[in-house]
Design a protein around this ligand. Structure first.
Ligand SMILES: N[C@@H](CCC(=O)N[C@@H](CS)C(=O)NCC(=O)O)C(=O)O
Length: 211
């Protein structure tokens, strides 16, 4: 049976919870990371060199890095709503997922860390402006892509999961950038998917800095 490790409040874990909901296979879920601890336990540390969450185990296989796990699930369950078994389509999906790793996610999470996770007396306006500026260009690329289409590719794929997971928090930390007609339409499409509302559009209050 598949076994997912990671706290539900992590956006990288949420990507996998959403993907597993799309796949519809049974799985076990072990909560580790953040306020729940457990990442340094030998049992966990042996599964991932980074000691971060998520990890997905499938029998003897222990996978880490959320995007690699998404690719694995899409390949492993070709008949599911996220399934792919076509090399060209996989490559196109990878373009968006790699763009997420290098540009979109770092700017959303950078702003989220500054505005939500950093105590108010440690915040830096300079860093906030820097993250916001990066997000202007990264989000414009996503928004333009979605101007004439429902999803990043021709149909719903793991690329929508990778980038779409970040939209929920982006709407709070950069509502003006997240509020373009194209991004709003895409967000509304994602809200129709049960895995998105069950695991992604959920409270992140446990992450908020205490002052
Ligand atoms: N590139 C990695 C990043 C993993 C990562 O940064 N995970 C964070 C949570 S989003 C983490 O483990 N933080 C420490 C913790 O939760 O204790 C991935 O996509 O899986």
């Amino acid at each position: 049976m598949l076994r997912l490790w990671g706290r539900k409040s992590s956006s990288n874990v949420q990507k996998i919870l959403w993907a597993l909901e799309e796949v519809g296979e049974p799985y076990e879920h072990e909560i580790v990371g953040g306020i729940y601890g457990g990442k340094d336990r030998k049992e966990y540390a042996s599964k991932t060199p980074t000691k971060l969450v998520p990890v997905l185990e499938d029998g003897e296989l222990a996978l880490w890095e959320s995007h690699s796990i998404l690719r694995y699930l899409a390949r492993k369950f070709p008949e599911s709503s996220i399934g792919v078994n076509n090399i060209s389509k996989e490559a196109e999906i990878s373009c968006w997922i790699d763009f997420n790793s290098s540009a979109f996610q770092p700017s959303v999470i950078g702003l989220f860390w500054e505005l939500v996770r950093t105590p108010s007396n440690e915040r830096s306006k300079e860093n906030e402006d820097k993250q916001y500026k990066s997000l202007i260009s990264a989000s414009a690329i996503v928004s333009q892509r979605l101007e004439n289409r429902d999803y990043l590719l021709d149909n719903f794929t793991i690329a929508d999961i990778a980038l779409g997971t970040l939209m929920y928090r982006m709407r709070d930390v950069a509502p003006d950038l997240a509020g373009t007609p194209a991004l709003t339409r895409w967000y509304e499409k994602l809200l129709v998917r049960p895995g998105y509302t069950k695991f992604v559009t959920t409270s992140y209050e446990e992450l908020r800095a205490k002052n």
